[in-house]
Design a protein around this ligand. Structure first.
Ligand code: ASP
Ligand code: MG
Length: 465
């Protein structure tokens, strides 16, 4: 049925102009004979502001929380009014918006009395972002002659009850998607739903975690067996490096799921890593596209990597990391030591990025965070611990490094002027990462880019840029 899931991020629905561009892009797909299912994020920054309102209310600052809500109400009302000219439709939309904000204000008032922000209440509060944006986008589409139908995402995306990071229940989602979405697309309608938000089996509102709208897009695409999933954002796709750091960065035209997932973990903000999974399982291509530059072909993410002359597809960097060195001569030749050590990180819910070990020492990198002194104190019951912040992880990703000799020498040759603290080549064999001082990171990226993207393969990179 030519089903295409089109997910639009916050910047693609941030104001009337953006929503107008989004409508034109969807109308274009319809004109091509496609059946779009549209998934939208909250308008840019709205999720953050809702979380701020929740935090204020839970600290007893009722006035502050309601002031944030009232600014958001005005922004949504203004956007709606400027998009929908038909007087009746506009009035109905404004009523819907007001009802939602009235309900939200009630929650905020209650929270300011109870002063306990549970994950469940937090999800209820942030859900308003997507509930509102999806209503406004639906009305704007209808105004522009797209036969759009609003669908409450919470009736389609069913999850467990892990509020704030709920796990989807695939079988139920498949069933619901076929019941709620396909009857619409079959008669030529365009379903519009919020990303990120979901509900558990009892019908309570949950969310898939920050940035989760991409995940919704992939889940829906998988559930209806879409021919493609399009992630519309505000960049031209996946690039070989951050263009702010490296102006020579090129668009990657095609990349494998594994490579894209690897990059996503390393903070390439384009895509939520979990997006990958539901699409991979069903072999559905994912496109990353720019809603400000719809003519650009973007990046196509497919299950099997294209062959490329270039060893790497992209260079990603993650900053604000801390290296912990744990030296335990007492533990020499004893067993169970690693497990005790990792139990400490587990206890503090602190994810570990990179690990390298010798017989008596372990170095690992973690996101710099407020619990580091406590983590170090707990670890000191096992070993000597020192830690140092302001580190960056540089990660080069590419399937073509598998089994290639001499790549490491080329990488470290290119940055021979920079002091490297830790090195790892992942088991996946498609990434090489190393840790350096944050201050050296930009220079490292530029040197590596100059070394590895000198003669980019035109089949894989947009060399015309
Ligand atoms: N609005 C949510 C967030 O900001 C989900 C998303 O945009 O993907 O995290
Ligand atoms: Mg996003």
């Amino acid at each position: 049925m030519n089903l295409v899931v089109m997910k639009f991020g916050g910047t693609s629905v941030e104001d009337p102009a953006a929503i107008g561009r989004t409508a034109a892009i969807v109308a274009g797909r319809v004109a091509q004979g496609k059946s779009p299912i549209v998934v939208v994020s909250a308008m840019a920054k709205v999720t953050d502001q809702l979380l701020r309102a929740a935090a204020a209310a839970s600290e007893g600052d009722r006035t502050g929380a309601l002031a944030i809500s009232s600014r958001l109400r005005a922004r949504h009302r203004d956007t709606a009014s400027s998009l929908v000219n038909n007087a009746g439709d506009c009035a109905a939309l404004l009523t819907t918006i007001d009802e939602k904000f009235d309900a939200l204000d009630e929650v905020l008032r209650g929270l300011s009395v109870i002063r306990e922000l549970t994950p469940r209440i937090s999800d209820l509060i942030v859900s308003y972002g997507e509930r509102l944006s999806s209503r406004i986008v639906t009305a704007a589409f209808r105004e522009r002659a797209i036969d759009a139908a609003h669908v409450d995402a919470r009736e389609v995306i069913v999850t467990d009850s892990e509020f704030q990071k709920a796990a989807p229940l695939d079988d139920l989602i498949e069933k619901r998607a076929q019941e709620k979405l396909l009857p619409l697309t079959r008669v030529g309608q365009v379903p519009v739903m919020g990303g990120f938000i979901a509900s558990n089996e009892a019908g309570l509102t949950t969310t898939l975690g920050r940035g989760g709208s991409d995940y919704t897009g992939a889940l829906v695409g998988g559930a209806v067996d879409a021919e493609a999933i399009e992630i519309w954002t505000d960049v031209d796709g996946i690039l070989t490096a951050d263009p702010r750091v490296c102006p020579e960065a090129l668009r990657v035209k095609v990349i494998s799921f594994e490579e894209a997932a690897e990059l996503a973990y390393f903070g390439a903000k384009v895509l939520h890593p979990a997006t990958i999974l539901p699409a991979v399982k069903k072999n559905i291509p994912v496109y990353v596209l720019n809603s400000r530059n719809a003519a650009c072909e973007g990046t196509r993410i497919i299950s099997v990597a294209p062959h490329s002359q270039s060893p790497f597809k992209s260079i990603a960097v993650k900053k604000k990391l801390t290296i912990m060195d744990i030296v335990a001569s007492r533990m020499l030749l004893s067993h169970g030591y690693m497990s005790k050590m990792f139990a400490v990180f587990d206890k503090h819910k602190c994810p570990v990025d990179m690990v390298s070990t010798s017989e008596v020492s372990v170095s690992l990198s973690v996101d710099s965070n407020a619990s580091l002194p406590e983590i170090a104190a707990d670890l000191r019951t096992l070993a000597d611990v020192t830690y140092e912040g302001k580190k960056a992880l540089v990660c080069l990703v590419g399937e073509n490094i598998r089994g290639q000799n001499g790549i490491a020498a080329q990488v470290f040759g290119a940055i021979r002027h920079i002091n490297v603290r830790m090195i790892s080549q992942g088991a996946s064999e498609i990434n090489m990462s190393f840790m350096i001082d944050e201050d050296d990171a930009d220079e490292a990226v530029r040197s590596l880019h100059a070394a590895f993207f000198q003669n980019p393969d035109p089949a894989v990179f947009d060399v015309g840029r």
